[in-house]
Write a protein of this length. Structure first.
Length: 204
C-alpha cells in the first residue's frame, strides 16, 4: 500500500513539476522554459544532466521494486518513518511547485549560456538560493522514507549528487557571469540549499 502511494506521489510530482509547469510557462510566454542541451559529451554539464536523468528513473524504480517484492532496509523499516515520509514527500511536491511559480517567467529547466533572465531573489529565493532543488531533495527523502529499499536510497543519493554538480559547476558560474556583483552579493547573504548554509565570501 505504501509503495503504491509512493509511486503515485512520484508520478504526480513529475507531472506537476515538469509537465504542468512547462505548459503554464508556454501559455504565459510562448516559451516552454526547457533548456535541455547537456553540452559537449563528457563535460561537467553532460555528467550532471546524465546523473539527474538517472536519479529520475531510479526514483520511479524504488516504489516499483517494492511492489515487485524488493524488501526494505531493515534498519529503516518503521511505521513512523513511512508516515513521516508521506508528509515530507507531499510537502516537497507542493514546495517544488511553489518555488517554480515564484520564478515567474525566469523559470527554466537547464541553462542556456547565452540567455539573460531576471535574477529572482524574493519569496522562497530570499530564504535559499535553490529552493526548487531543496524541495526536490525533500520529496526524494520523503519517498525513500516511505519505501526504504536500496533502489530508493540510491535514487536519493544520485539526485543529491547531480544537483550539487549542476548548481556548483554549471548554474552558479553562469549566474555569476550573467549578473556579476548582484549575484555575488546575493550568494553572500543567502544560503545555497538551507538558510545560512553555503553562503559565499566573495562579496564580503
Amino acid at each position: 500500500m505504501t509503495a503504491a502511494l509512493a509511486l503515485w506521489l512520484y508520478v504526480l510530482g513529475l507531472a506537476l513539476a515538469f509537465g504542468w509547469r512547462t505548459l503554464a510557462q508556454w501559455r504565459a510566454t510562448g516559451d516552454t522554459g526547457l533548456r535541455l542541451d547537456a553540452g559537449p559529451a563528457l563535460s561537467i554539464s553532460w555528467w550532471a544532466k546524465l546523473a539527474f536523468v538517472a536519479a529520475l528513473l531510479l526514483g520511479a524504480a524504488g516504489p516499483a521494486a517494492a511492489l515487485a517484492g524488493l524488501p526494505p532496509v531493515h534498519a529503516l523499516d518503521a511505521g513512523w518513518l513511512r508516515t513521516s515520509g508521506i508528509v515530507v514527500a507531499g510537502a516537497g511536491i507542493v514546495a517544488t511547485l511553489a518555488a517554480q511559480l515564484n520564478m515567474g517567467t525566469s523559470w527554466r529547466i537547464g541553462v542556456d549560456p547565452a540567455e539573460h533572465t531576471a535574477l529572482v531573489t524574493s519569496g522562497a529565493f530570499a530564504l535559499v538560493r535553490n529552493p526548487i532543488f531543496t524541495a526536490m531533495i525533500a520529496t526524494s527523502l520523503g519517498l525513500t522514507a516511505m519505501v526504504p529499499n536500496l533502489v530508493s536510497l540510491t535514487a536519493t543519493a544520485t539526485l543529491i549528487a547531480s544537483i550539487q554538480i549542476q548548481v556548483r559547476a554549471v548554474e552558479e558560474p553562469y549566474l555569476l557571469r550573467t549578473h556579476g556583483p548582484a549575484y555575488a552579493a546575493y550568494t553572500a547573504r543567502v544560503g545555497r540549499f538551507l538558510p545560512g548554509i553555503g553562503c559565499s565570501t566573495r562579496a564580503r
